[in-house]
Design a protein around this ligand. Structure first.
Ligand code: DC
Length: 229
């Protein structure tokens, strides 16, 4: 007999959390939730309303609108994962731009934003059978998750991966800009007051700077097997 568990994956940006999470969810028949996409969708909303740009952020206005912002996911059979919707519009592509990446960590410092999203995430996971990735999943969203993973890799390796992803999508990007963004987000995510990125006491740490996907997946699956059997 196998039981359904909650798998929480946290770690720095571009550590391959979502790649591993998607694979695990597929293998186990679990739901996968990319919580970074939810923070990105709120950031996109704030940009569309001109509440945030490089040099200003009207936090009051964003907080005032939060109750009316709807974020949802819908599974895309062709892609094999759930895409994110902002107020019923598919924004999966728009939230992955460097412009959103540059502002999202600031939006993620706002406690009201975090409160709303954490409640929605807890609701999505209430029946277990879920793989969720983010920054505070094992510490705040699901402190009782049966399996917690914490992914790390050097900033240079992470920036190179991100750079390649954006180039493959056809975006015009400069490597130094990506590296700077990765380092800046690490700093903001780890030093913010509300739910900073920290490793949960009971998390298993994975430095995948020099580890391929296959090896990571096999190691993680053996941890999963010991929890579900
Ligand atoms: O995983 P990502 O790079 O798409 O996340 C984007 C940003 O959202 C990240 O810089 C920090 C924030 N975030 C967060 O604060 N808490 C989460 N659970 C997920 C993401």
């Amino acid at each position: 007999m196998t039981k359904k568990i909650t798998i929480a994956i946290d770690g720095f940006s571009s550590t391959g959390k979502s790649t591993i999470a998607k694979e695990l969810a597929k293998e186990l028949g679990y739901i996968y939730v990319d919580t970074g996409a939810m923070y990105r969708a709120i950031t996109l909303y704030a940009m569309q309303q001109n509440y945030i740009s490089g040099n200003h952020f009207n936090t009051e206005a964003l907080i005032g609108d939060l109750a009316d912002i709807s974020i949802s996911f819908s599974f895309n059979d062709t892609l094999g994962f759930a895409e994110v919707y902002l107020n019923n519009l598919n924004v999966e592509k728009q939230i992955r731009t460097i412009e959103v990446s540059k502002l999202v960590s600031k939006v993620a410092t706002i406690s009201e934003v975090r409160k709303k999203l954490v409640l929605e995430q807890q609701d999505m996971g209430k029946n277990k059978g879920i793989v969720m990735d983010g920054r505070d999943i094992g510490t705040v969203v699901f402190p009782d998750a049966e399996l917690k993973l914490f992914m790390t890799a050097s900033a240079d390796k992470r920036a190179k991966r991100r750079y390649k992803e954006l180039l493959d999508r056809g975006d015009k990007v400069i490597y130094e800009e990506i590296l700077h963004n990765v380092q800046e987000r690490d700093h903001i995510d780890s030093t913010r007051e509300d739910s900073p990125l920290t490793i949960a006491k009971d998390a298993v740490e994975f430095d995948n700077s020099d580890m391929g996907l296959k090896e990571q997946f096999e190691r993680i699956m053996s941890l999963v097997s010991s929890k579900i059997s």
